[in-house]
Write a protein that binds this ligand. Structure first.
Ligand SMILES: [Cu+2]
Length: 142
């Protein structure tokens, strides 16, 4: 029994030495590999402040440096942001929550809240140019 335990301990010890070496290198490789290889994306936060038409979102229009946007719901009710062309949908954003990161079109976009269609906003082009002209529904806030 003691021999078995000793054998197990020594095996575990050997295994852990082996694992320690491999996991240490893979761990540092994973951590070190992900940060230098992928440049940290610029993420713009757009705050949801309530059902105030074109003032529902801030900043509006938003200038986003890297096309990646998150929506932070500062209101006390659920909102759901969708691009007017339907190409990006944040899903429900609970009060106090922040949406998943969504990638905006490079030429900017107009969006609205599917739950409160009077909440409208726009994001500027990645170049810093103005947002595209809003056409169709969801262009006039209330
Ligand atoms: Cu809403």
């Amino acid at each position: 029994m003691r021999l078995c335990v000793y054998a197990l301990v020594s095996l575990v010890g050997l295994a852990s030495v082996g694992c320690g070496g491999s996991s240490g290198s893979s761990g540092s490789g994973g951590a070190g590999g992900s940060s230098p290889t992928s440049p940290s994306p610029v993420t713009t936060t757009i705050n949801i402040n309530g059902q105030n038409g074109a003032q529902a979102f801030s900043p509006n229009p938003a200038n986003f440096g890297g096309q990646v946007v998150v929506f932070k719901n500062n209101d006390n009710t659920v909102h759901r942001v969708i691009l007017n062309d339907g190409s990006v949908d944040t899903g429900d954003i609970a009060p106090g929550a922040t949406s998943r990161a969504v990638v905006m079109p490079g030429n900017g976009a107009n969006y609205h809240c599917t739950i409160h269609p009077g909440m409208i906003g726009a994001v500027a082009a990645a170049s810093g140019g103005p947002p595209p002209a809003c056409v169709g529904d969801y262009c006039t806030g209330y």
